[in-house]
Design a protein around this ligand. Structure first.
Ligand code: NAP
Length: 514
């Protein structure tokens, strides 16, 4: 069973108490072993005594690590400085369970090797290499060389992932390991290597404690153990990812993982950033699907890849739901046991379901002409509504009208702004981290405020934050508001069912995001 290691940065020997208190919280949250990152300690007074205190007072085994600047840490000294620290630690009688030494230093310094040997048999060697820029060119050779060093109890390789491809390669390293191995990718794209480390046979996975990450992309120990259910994942676990850029704000991982836990479904859901553009989308999905051991069973797709998702499934010979076809965009891909693909758009029915009034016969002003607008138009027109599009770039709205090719979908006319039952915002204005979080899209598009008062419903697709400038303006006008979470939950419920065949625990989801 792979261990959950929490990595704690302890800046100086004076910070031992803070470090120990962070380790107590991490252990309560599920850490099995603690890595003390004491990068700046070699040469400092009281360093050995402070190590002794850390190791003796932690209630789980310790890894002692001095990480060099070259490998992503802060240590600027030489291997000899580390040897002296080890000798001094040994003199206190303390035996950390493991000492992490970087392979280049190990190979270069007989003094370091000798100081490590003197520590005795109770201290294991983790021989490591880190590349902060990207995949090491000599990855396989480096693993073979490190594994062949007899003294190494564990070998560790970590590099900064540029894409999901790196994570799959890290799994290959684990699957072909010659001895206990840690293979991790840093950065957002490396999350699968942290979450799936155990089921891929890694010796351990590192997570962050309350002091924050010590390497890019480390999730908190609480997320690793509770959200991603690290210890429950096994070879049968189905994997689901949300692909997009940016992706960090998404609440899909929170609700879907909670849904798997609630329903007892053996699955895990992770956010994976995919750079804009068809080529990156195609390459990422291709590599995830190719790796049978990864068990990719479903994708949630967000901005800017919904059209790419549809194209990918089409070009792979998969099936496409009528509504996704009509919208020209997919937010959901289901992968069956044989690798067959099905694309769907759950945004469209979610908007119809949560609109707040009967769509048939209603007149709706849609602000925006991007992916969410496509879903709204496809769903609402099918449900019998008449929709008019208002967008900053009129050509894009015109293209959407032409693509829909339906007399119920037209361009908005600035001279006929009266009589809308619903004002529906699909622009990203008002979104946290979006183009203008302070903007009210109605104002930005030059539309008058009185439209809010006249409408029966103001529907906001943006869900972060909950109270966007549009939502606040609509509330002030006394109009009924549907916020983005209603749409979010309704579309997520459909995705959950499409992937698992189960009903989502809707009420507990609602409480979770409240
Ligand atoms: P998108 O395809 O990138 O479209 C963005 C839209 O916003 C376009 O119409 C764009 O106009 C407009 N826009 C962007 N910046 C603007 C500005 N400064 N002034 C005026 N208009 C601007 O994005 P999307 O996929 O449709 O998503 C839009 C929003 O809906 C996002 O906030 C997303 O989180 C949200 N959403 C929520 C859910 C949910 O479940 N609640 C589901 C899907 C989407 P141009 O054409 O002129 O660029």
């Amino acid at each position: 069973m792979a261990l959950v290691a929490v990595s704690i940065h302890v800046p100086t020997p004076d910070d031992v108490e803070t470090g120990l208190s962070q380790s107590t919280s991490a252990i309560e949250e599920g850490a099995d072993i603690v890595e003390w990152r004491i990068d700046a300690w070699p040469g400092m007074e009281q360093a050995a005594e402070a190590v002794d205190e850390l190791v003796k007072n932690a209630s789980v085994p310790s890894i002692l690590t001095v990480r060099s600047v070259a490998e992503g840490g802060e240590f600027e000294g030489t291997a000899d400085d580390i040897s002296q620290l080890l000798e001094a630690v040994h003199a206190t009688g303390t035996c950390p369970r493991y000492i992490d030494l970087e392979a280049p230093m190990w190979l270069e310094s007989e003094a370091l090797r000798s100081a490590w040997r003197d520590m005795g048999e109770d201290t294991g060697l983790i021989l490591s290499r880190h590349d902060m820029l990207g995949r090491p060119g000599d990855l396989l050779r480096a693993m073979a060389d490190m594994s062949s060093i007899e003294e190494a109890a564990v070998v560790k390789i970590a590099w900064r992932a540029r894409s999901a491809r790196d994570s799959i390669e890290a799994f290959d390293v684990l699957r072909t390991r010659a001895k206990p191995t840690i293979a991790l990718c840093m950065g957002e794209a490396g999350l699968p290597t942290r979450v799936l480390a155990g089921r891929e046979g890694a010796f351990l996975s590192f997570a962050a404690g309350t002091g924050g990450p010590t390497a890019p992309g480390q999730c908190s120990v609480r997320d690793l153990v509770s959200r991603y259910r690290f210890r429950e994942l096994d070879a049968e676990t189905d994997v689901f990812c949300i692909l997009g850029d940016p992706i960090a704000h998404s609440i899909s991982p929170i609700v879907h993982n909670a849904g798997f836990a609630d329903t007892g479904f053996n699955g895990v859901f992770m956010p994976l950033p995919v750079a804009p553009g068809w080529e990156s989308f195609k390459a990422t999905v291709g590599v995830l699907l190719e790796d049978g051991g990864f068990r990719l069973r479903g994708l949630c797709i967000t901005l800017p890849h919904k059209e790419h998702a549809l194209r990918f499934v089409k070009e792979s010979g998969g099936t496409i739901s009528d509504i996704a076809q009509r919208a020209g965009a997919a937010n959901t891909i289901v992968v069956d046991e044989e690798g067959g693909l099905r694309a769907d758009n759950t945004d469209a029915p979610a908007i119809v379901e949560t609109l707040g009034i009967e769509p048939s016969g209603s007149r709706i002003a849609i602000l925006g002409a991007g992916g969410a607008a496509r879903a709204a138009v496809a769903g609402l027109v099918e449900a019998g509504a008449r929709v008019d599009l208002f967008n900053r770039t009129p050509e894009r709205a015109q293209a959407l009208v032409e693509a829909m090719d339906d007399h119920m979908c037209t361009l908005g006319d600035l001279d006929e702004l009266s009589g809308y039952d619903v004002i529906l915002n699909t622009t990203s204005l008002g979104m946290e981290g979006g183009p203008d979080p302070e903007a009210n899209p109605l104002e930005s598009l030059g539309l008058p405020d009185w439209m809010l008062e006249e409408a029966s419903v103001v529907y906001e697709c943006v869900y972060a934050p909950r109270n966007t400038p549009l939502v606040e303006a609509a509330r002030a006008a006394g109009t009924t508001v549907v916020t983005g979470e209603a749409m979010f939950l309704a579309q997520a419920r459909r995705q959950f069912h499409a992937w698992t065949g189960l009903e989502a625990p809707f009420e507990s989801w609602r409480q979770l995001i409240d």
